[in-house]
Ligand binder design. Structure first.
Ligand code: ATP
Length: 578
């Protein structure tokens, strides 16, 4: 496929404010593109060169992209910069500065290969080689193609397409409807690589998709927990179940193949370099040649065995000085699940069997320990275990259904979390994605930002529904910074996947997730979260940002509409009980 043809699809996708239309355009695109180019197309739609766990990034800052534009167009760098300041979009800058040819001849495969080449440059002189590579590419394509390449390279393509929409569209392109979605989703959950799923579907059909298996080195999309308000409700729901401590650290999915160890984070990024101590521990303490297992890594006081609060653990998140940090605050990985071991896929096996095997696989030692666990059907025992966890400064407990398989990529009642509650307030914080902001009046008007529009994810429609206008919780400096970040992803119109009755002053691409604390969830006619026909939606009362942007969460990882409804019900019960 010509890259220029793909660009026509990009334009159509960008122009729509309806998700269904997006879905139709995508399925048309997937029908048109050949098997050998479908993976790159999927990656480009996801605004990446490869799935995050492969860690491939273009690595060009704004300045370098502008320099490449100057080189490609033969225009003075300072003029490029002036134009960029005026237009605020590298794509429009290069498009305007470029003259003929109107349409380039490069294929999707060759543009993709050239972008990969740029990304792969490293070491001495790599910056210049990147600039050179990009300027040559921009020079060879037509103005419109250059527009999208420049945006892509700067991470500003902003097509705003979610994985579920891609999965639906792949199904429609193959089957004519959405009926293949569950199979496609299962394959995706096992390999976390939508490009690979798309290519397999094209090359080997539905059979190929059904033959997908867990593979060491390919992160598995993580299972997530639901919540319930009390121990009693947990037992009512699960009966006899396992109850584990809930530790607040870094979730790690460990992949071991001989001595090679890789670690992936909650959002499936490769985080191996952050954990040299855990990697060493895995080599020493895992009694298997090949394994995939999960746990939570936290800093532990070696003298007392106490688990440090998250603020200490989180210091590990840094680029330099990791070895020193590992000496000062060594981490312990509390393992809680086994997904694969020496040729056997454990994901379909019941929890009990996975845990038993995990206990056998991990040798006693310092770096790897098993997450403490009891099995019970007594709500009182759950409460005691919960209270004990809280006393130790832990976050709470996770109850697990004994006969449940590992539910890759799904949030379900196979795992139920019960957390420390904030008295008189909502028993949990809520993660929202920012979809817009308001200029603000009063004292903050001078920063040009007074409030944020937050939304939660609706899995069913793959859209974001608004739930809160958030005007507090940030310091003055943070307001300034957040505005800069949001301005970096401004949109000219409401993003297609945002469903909102409120019109903020500035729409932004749903990208940044923040955690908010609120007093309660209330019914509200102005928000779309949970809104149906004439029924009101739901809103957060007195929401305030806690902490800063959650880099470990993608927009789809916010709390969901379904969870908000559950929390609303939970809140009602707690109020009645109180
Ligand atoms: P979620 O991960 O459910 O989207 P979140 O990131 O806000 O939400 P929590 O709601 O606090 O996290 O709880 C889930 C997380 O708890 C898991 O992702 C995992 O990192 C952590 N965790 C700690 N201990 C356990 C355990 N024993 N079993 C499962 N998860 C655990």
């Amino acid at each position: 496929m010509r890259f220029a043809t793909l660009v026509e699809y990009f334009e159509r996708l960008e122009g729509t404010t309806k998700r269904l239309e997006m879905f139709d355009i995508l399925s048309e695109l997937f029908r048109e593109v050949g098997a050998e180019e479908i993976a790159p197309v999927v990656y480009l739609l996801e605004e990446q060169l490869a799935p995050p766990f492969r860690g491939i990034e273009i690595g060009m800052a704004e300045k370098l992209v502008l320099r490449a534009i100057a080189k490609a167009t033969g225009v003075d760098e300072s003029r490029v910069l002036t134009l960029y300041k005026k237009l605020g979009d590298p794509g429009l800058v290069v498009e305007r500065l470029k003259e003929a040819p109107a349409r380039g001849k490069l294929t999707v495969a060759s543009v993709y290969a050239r972008l990969m080449e740029i990304a792969e440059q490293s070491g001495e002189g790599s910056v210049e080689r990147k600039v050179q590579g990009l300027s040559e590419l921009l020079a060879e394509v037509g103005p419109k193609e250059a527009r999208y390449i420049a945006r892509f390279v700067m991470g500003r393509l902003r097509l705003g397409i979610g994985d579920p929409t891609i999965l639906d569209a792949l199904s429609k392109a193959g089957a004519g409807d959405r009926s293949w979605r569950p199979d496609l989703e299962r394959a995706y959950n096992l390999c976390s690589d939508l490009g690979l799923v798309a290519r397999t579907l094209r090359e080997r059909g539905l059979e190929g998709i059904r033959a997908f298996r867990v593979r060491v080195g390919h992160p598995i999309r993580m299972a997530l927990a639901e919540r319930l308000p009390t121990a009693e409700e947990i037992i009512r729901r699960l009966g006899r179940c396992a109850v584990e401590v809930k530790i607040d650290g870094f979730r790690c999915q460990v992949h071991k193949q001989g001595d090679a160890v890789e670690i992936f984070s909650r959002n499936l990024e490769r985080t191996t370099p952050m954990f040299p101590d855990i990697v060493e521990g895995v080599r020493r303490q895992v009694a298997a040649r090949e394994a995939i297992f999960e746990g939570e890594a936290v800093a532990v006081n070696e003298e007392t065995g106490e688990i440090y609060p998250f603020q200490v653990t989180v210091q590990r998140k840094r680029k330099h000085g990791i070895e020193e940090m590992a000496r000062e605050y060594p981490l312990v990985l509390y393992a809680f699940d086994l997904l694969y071991c020496d040729g056997a896929d454990y994901t379909p096996e019941p929890y009990e069997k996975r845990r038993r095997m995990l206990e056998r696989m991990i040798r006693p030692g310092e770096r790897l320990k098993l997450a403490e666990m009891i099995v019970t059907e007594d709500p009182k025992a759950v409460e005691r275990f919960f209270a004990h966890s809280i006393e130790r400064g832990l976050e709470g407990i996770v109850a697990k259904r004994l006969d449940a398989p590992y539910q890759a990529g799904a949030r379900g009642f196979h795992w139920i979390k019960l957390k420390r509650s904030y008295k008189g307030e909502l028993s949990d914080t809520i993660d929202v994605v920012l979809v817009g902001y308001f200029h603000g009046r009063g004292s903050r008007a001078r920063f040009g930002i007074g409030a944020l529009l937050g939304a939660v994810y609706d899995e069913q429609s793959d859209t974001f529904k608004t739930i809160a206008k958030i005007g507090s919780g940030l310091s003055e400096e943070e307001w300034v910074r957040i505005r800069e970040l949001l301005d970096g992803c401004r949109m000219a119109h409401r993003p297609a996947r945002v469903d909102s009755l409120i019109e903020p002053d500035v729409w932004v691409e749903p990208r940044y997730v923040v955690t908010v604390l609120a007093d309660e969830i209330t019914k509200s006619p102005v928000h779309t979260c949970g809104k149906r026909d004439d029924e009101p939606g739901y809103a957060l009362r007195f929401p305030r940002v806690v902490g800063w942007i959650r880099e470990d969460k993608r927009p789809e990882d916010t709390n969901t509409v379904r969870e908000i409804l559950q929390m609303y019900e939970m809140q009602k019960k707690v109020k009645l009980a109180g």
